[in-house]
Design a protein around this ligand. Structure first.
Ligand code: AQP
Length: 327
């Protein structure tokens, strides 16, 4: 049994890509491993956040975890900012990571494009805090969407360098990425990943979208000018929609192709919208129920934090000793 750790940013309302790329794989792993899942609120503030909304989004992320079936009896659920050891280790790892390797991170390049000197230092340093999140818990497996793979690889490099410099301290984590669904693309721009901070809400299906929003977004999703429903990576718009349909209905691409033989994009999109409505409805009901009981949400986070803090502090004691600051 290994340790599995995953997290998401409360940087907006979660979308179907977050669900399929990360939450669903965690649900499977939760049955076989020791699990940690948390809400990386300090990562979210690497881009400006409205404090009132941030608070709501933290509770919303927790409600999504619980509504999806993440079980606080099996999984330690907590908020990153409640465990100061994450930022403490982040600082130490800043002194091990190099500017050059951080400059190569695709997420930083994407998110800082056209922002000039206004980009926060935190956004640049985001992967180092993520490395601290992972290494603090001696994590073996990190289930992530494709966009976070590079950050987990960087974490391994930082850990290896630290181990060489100070003696074996950190476990080297492995990213776990599902074959399909690890990179759900934006509905308006199928060449870029679906993103909760996208300016155009037509980019994503939020987990809280109602029937009419889902129908409108799917019907207006960008597809190429083909006619048949055939999975082809050279038609990224249709391939993305087929991937979503396949994951939420558990049908293979062959079955989908048979189902829509002789039918066009319009029929397929209508059916996909309907399938999404059916898929999201029970999840949405549970999310709303959890959101009504804020005290219970806070209690779950508090209990998870106590467990996490205990492990994190034990690890920090070793790390402080290794680097020579414990007198
Ligand atoms: N489009 C996606 N397809 C599959 N998986 C995805 N993930 C994110 N987008 C997709 C995975 O969801 C987990 C949580 O993501 P995050 O909160 O760390 O945010 P992110 O990776 O930066 O992308 P988002 O959710 O779209 O947020 P913004 O717009 O704020 O950057 C991760 O495992 C991620 O890989």
């Amino acid at each position: 049994m290994g340790r599995v750790l995953s997290a998401l940013q409360p940087s907006g309302f979660l979308h179907i890509g977050n669900y399929l790329g990360m939450i669903e794989p965690v649900l499977i792993l939760q049955e076989q491993h020791e699990n940690f899942i948390f809400i990386v609120d300090y990562h979210a503030i690497t881009v400006p956040q409205d404090p009132k909304k941030l608070r709501e989004q933290i509770l919303f992320a927790l409600a999504v975890y619980l509504a999806s079936g993440i079980d606080p009896q099996k999984t330690t659920i907590f908020q990153q900012s409640a465990i100061p050891q994450h930022t403490e280790l982040g600082w130490i790892l800043n002194c091990v990571a190099s500017m050059g390797e951080l400059e190569r991170m695709t997420q930083f390049k994407d998110k800082s494009r056209n922002k000039g000197e206004q980009v926060s230092v935190g956004l640049f340093d985001y992967p180092v805090l993520m490395a601290a999140d992972i290494l603090l818990y001696d994590t073996n497996i990190v289930p992530v969407g494709e966009d976070q793979k590079q950050h987990v690889e960087l974490t391994r490099n930082i850990a290896q360098r630290f181990n060489q410099r100070f003696g074996t301290t950190f476990t080297l984590p492995k990213p776990e990425i599902r074959t399909h669904g690890a990179r759900i693309m934006g509905l308006d721009h199928p060449e870029k990943k679906m993103s909760k901070s996208a300016e155009n809400p037509k980019n994503y299906i939020s987990l809280l979208d109602d029937e009419s929003a889902i129908q409108q977004k799917i019907m207006s999703a960008v597809t190429d000018s083909g006619k048949e429903i055939i999975y082809d990576q050279n038609s990224p718009g249709l391939a993305n929609l087929m991937t979503i349909y396949s994951l939420i209905t558990q049908k293979t691409f062959e079955q989908i192709q048979e189902e829509f033989e002789g039918k066009g994009y319009g029929d397929f999109k209508k059916q996909l919208a309907q399938a999404l409505i059916i898929f999201l409805h029970p999840l949405q009901e549970k999310i709303h129920l959890y959101l009504k009981n804020e005290d219970e949400l806070k209690r779950i986070l508090h209990e998870g934090s106590l467990r996490a803090q205990d492990i994190a502090e034990k690890k920090m004691k070793q790390i402080r000793k290794k680097i020579g600051v414990t007198l």
